[in-house]
Design a protein around this ligand. Structure first.
Ligand code: GLU
Length: 429
């Protein structure tokens, strides 16, 4: 055998990774605005705990493939670590750590009694059979089971994972105890303790923050409001669907294979059925083909990046024409792009606020499970609205008072709460 066992881009240095260092820089800037205690910043600049696991899986062709996986707990001051598990070919330690740090900031911002974590396996779930994915999930769970638990660290879906993945994870974890332990994950199927409203919660939260932003910016949301959505996974699809039910026109949608543009509105259900059948948006009859890059530069009112990180950069930021960007994805905008957008007067609803609906309803699922008392979908959505609109307004008020952009305002509001908790608890020993 030749070559390294683990390639360099699996274990990337935190400082040299643009996403990780971008989040650090943003935290530093927001921290300066609130005179954040330097000790608190230093503690938050590194994750609390990192676990690397190698995950052997017998593939359908009989060979054993060994995948690289991680679980990173960034901070647990406010409560058990919480955050999703990602299956994607680009997963690495620094990216997982940056995403875990964003979870800490997100959970503190919206006032959840939870810390921040993220996990991931470097694999291509689209090229794996159901059996292979099940084997991967069960072995990965077993490898991280010393870290996770209902009072310790609670995973959830992210890119490449879904309710079925969570069901396998819960089942594998539960076998150690001889009884079901539903509290170890959220985003489970309803039948095994999932919450109503969890599947569309992230998209719904994106829309709720857009409604709040439109009120503040005195912008009407009507059929004249043109929306482009990058990403047609769980977050992109539900954001588009709920926004169109509010009356907006979704003029463009894309997935990894490219995008569809139709100024009269893309038929989301037809497109979904088409992608399920053909595995690509190419040649969809209900609109013109646009590339993922072109979609970001369309003349629209609202742009929702709901795919991967690092999509809006210094290269394309100056060409973006919308009024509002609502970040369905985690980290879609680079720090350089942020500045360009701010100078252009584009209003960004940052990731830790815009996409917090997912973890808010995860928290509801966890609480319902612990109490063994379940709520109606209406109750879930009403409580989501209460928490997310309240967080939006706190961030917006900070933004108008400080003149800081919305991203740094959101981080500042989050850090104000978290740093108090950290200082109360103190640094041991
Ligand atoms: N993966 C989602 C996020 O990035 C949800 C996390 C959760 O529900 O724990 O916010």
């Amino acid at each position: 055998m030749s070559g390294p066992l683990v390639s360099d881009d699996v274990i990337v240095g935190w400082e040299t990774h643009p996403f990780y260092s971008g989040v650090l820089k943003a935290m530093e800037k927001a921290g300066t605005a609130i005179q954040l205690d330097r000790n608190v910043y230093n503690r938050l600049a590194k994750p609390k705990r990192v676990l690397y696991v190698s995950v052997p899986v017998r593939m359908d062709d009989g060979t054993i493939q060994v995948f690289d996986g991680f679980r990173v707990q960034h901070n647990t001051t406010l409560g058990p670590a919480k955050g999703g598990i990602r299956y994607h070919v680009d997963v690495n330690l620094a990216e997982t750590s940056a995403l875990a740090m964003l979870m800490t900031l997100k959970n503190s911002l919206v006032g959840l009694p939870l810390g921040g974590a993220k996990g991931g396996v470097r694999c291509d779930p689209n090229k794996m059979s159901r059996r292979e994915k099940q084997a991967l999930t069960r072995r990965y769970t077993s490898e991280i089971s010393m870290l996770i638990g209902p009072e310790k660290d609670i995973p959830a879906p992210d890119i490449g994972t879904d309710a079925q993945t969570m069901a396998w994870l819960m089942d594998t974890y539960s076998t150690q105890f001889g009884h079901a332990v539903p509290g170890v994950v959220t985003g489970k199927p309803i039948e095994i303790g999932g919450s109503l409203g969890r599947v569309d919660a992230t998209g719904r939260g994106v829309v709720y923050t857009i409604i709040e932003a439109a009120k503040r910016l005195k912008m009407d949301l009507s059929d004249k409001t043109r929306v482009a959505v990058q990403g047609f996974g769980n977050v992109g699809y539900h954001s588009a669907k709920i926004l169109s039910s509010v009356g907006c026109t979704i003029v463009a949608v894309s997935d990894v294979s490219g995008g569809i543009y139709n100024p009269k509105g893309v038929n989301l259900e037809e497109l979904r059925a088409y992608i399920a059948k053909n595995r690509t948006v190419k040649d969809f009859p209900g609109g013109d083909f646009v590339s993922n890059e072109d979609l970001l530069e369309l003349d629209v009112d609202i742009l929702i990046p709901a795919a991967l990180s690092g999509q809006i950069t210094e290269k394309n930021a100056s060409k973006i024409k919308c009024k509002i960007i609502a970040e369905g994805a985690n980290g879609p905008t680079t720090p350089e792009a942020d500045k360009i957008l701010f100078d252009k007067g584009i209003f960004t609803i940052p990731d830790i606020l815009a996409n917090s609906g997912g973890v808010i309803v995860s928290y509801f699922e966890w609480v319902q499970g612990l109490q063994k008392f379940f709520w109606s979908e209406k109750e879930v959505n009403n409580k989501l609205w209460e928490i997310i609109s309240n967080a939006f307004n706190r961030v917006y008020d900070f933004h108008t008072a400080s003149k800081l952009d919305m991203r740094h305002s959101a981080i500042a509001v989050s850090l104000e709460h978290l740093s108090k908790a950290m200082l109360y608890r103190g640094f041991f020993p």
